[in-house]
Design a protein around this ligand. Structure first.
Ligand SMILES: *Cc1c(COP(=O)(O)O)cnc(C)c1O
Length: 355
């Protein structure tokens, strides 16, 4: 397939956002990548990226927006900053486990609440031990394609208002419509649903949750908050990625978050139709439509995934393989904002052809 653009439906790193090549060159020509991180121009870039994110995700002024290196780092910073010693973790897969590991690395006492990919959380029945200081939720579990609805997350915080709540939205943002009044911490990385190269993550924190602790590392939330007030960072940050994120977020805001969310739902429906039409070969790994992710869709492939992945690659299309032990049985396809409806059409038509 010469002259056809390569498509990446991998769950991250994934396809790049439309026009990213232009944004990259414009930053280059404007000298953005040589700016001092203490200069007015750079502070303006950081400010504008944060303001764009606040509009896109509905982040109120009560919350600070920090730039870190990765979401695994965000988990560790959250655990380091948390008040008290007891964390409570909803775990349905590998990324929920990663949050537990971050808690253990900072010597917290962890309680794990295991949920299956098809399990709805019944908040009225839920009991969280009263000594819990921080509740950790992986809103979208990238390893098995399950997700937790925002309204369930809000209900958990309403039931336990004195406990803090941290939400991993790495492989779903900007899709989930979170009400940040119920959220103390949320974080994501830009190589998933923002269509950027890896190397930058965003951590959103309710300022009232940031507490003075010693010793103060350069990326402690206290150090980050001191500089964030003046649109700076403690270290020399990834200015290139912060600038590009600002451009992508501005493009998303021009399109409108409502349209972006509607398109994600529409593309998820397109995959649903494909699965229905090819039910002998394809099935959803998550059968419960309430817990099935719309942004990372995991499919069981009756004849195994290897040949399918190979055939798709001949058409310039890369999708993710299954995770861990499901590597050869499943495929994972991302459905992010940078995946245009036409791109999804091409994936589906090619799947039909090769199946
Ligand atoms: C990718 C991913 C992470 C890790 O992000 P990094 O940027 O690699 O640190 C954490 N949680 C979820 C749900 C992810 O999909």
């Amino acid at each position: 397939m010469p002259n056809m653009k390569s498509l990446f439906f991998t769950p991250g790193p994934s396809q790049l956002y439309p026009n990213l090549d232009r944004y990259l060159m414009e930053g280059y020509k404007k000298g953005v990548y040589s700016l001092s991180h203490r200069s007015q121009k750079c502070m303006k870039i950081i400010q504008s990226t944060k303001e764009g994110l606040a509009v896109l995700l509905g982040i109120p002024k009560t919350h600070a927006i920090f730039f870190l290196g990765s979401s695994l780092e965000s988990m560790e910073r959250i655990m380091e900053n948390m008040q008290g010693t007891h964390s409570f973790h909803f775990v349905s897969g590998s990324f929920g486990e990663a949050f537990v590991n971050a808690a253990k690395a900072t010597k917290k006492k962890t309680t794990i609440y295991r949920i299956g990919a098809n399990d709805d959380i019944d908040v009225t029945q839920l009991v969280i031990p009263k000594q819990t200081n921080l509740i950790c939720i992986t809103q979208n579990e990238t390893s098995n394609g399950s997700s937790i609805e925002p309204k369930t997350i809000h209900a958990i915080k309403k039931k336990y208002p004195t406990m803090q709540l941290a939400v991993d939205i790495v492989s779903s943002a900007p899709y989930p419509n979170l009400d940040f009044h119920h959220i103390d911490y949320a974080f994501f990385s830009v190589q998933k649903g923002f269509g950027l190269p890896s190397g930058l993550s965003v951590l959103i924190v309710n300022r009232s949750a940031i507490i003075e602790k010693s010793p103060l590392g350069f990326h402690s939330l206290v150090s980050l908050a001191k500089k964030e007030k003046i649109n700076q960072t403690p270290e020399t940050p990834n200015v290139l990625a912060i600038y590009l994120l600002g451009r992508v977020v501005a493009a998303m805001n021009r399109k409108g978050i409502a349209t972006i969310r509607r398109e994600i739902e529409l593309k998820a429906k397109m995959i649903e139709t494909l699965v229905t039409q090819h039910s002998a070969k394809l099935s959803f790994a998550v059968s419960n439509t309430k817990t099935r992710s719309k942004t990372v869709i995991v499919l069981n492939i009756a004849d195994g995934s290897k040949l399918l992945l190979k055939k798709l690659s001949r058409f310039g299309i890369t999708v993710g393989n299954g995770y861990g032990s499901a590597k050869d049985r499943q495929i994972r396809t991302a459905n992010f904002p940078q995946h245009l409806i036409g791109d999804m059409d091409r994936l589906i038509n090619t799947m039909k052809e090769v199946l």
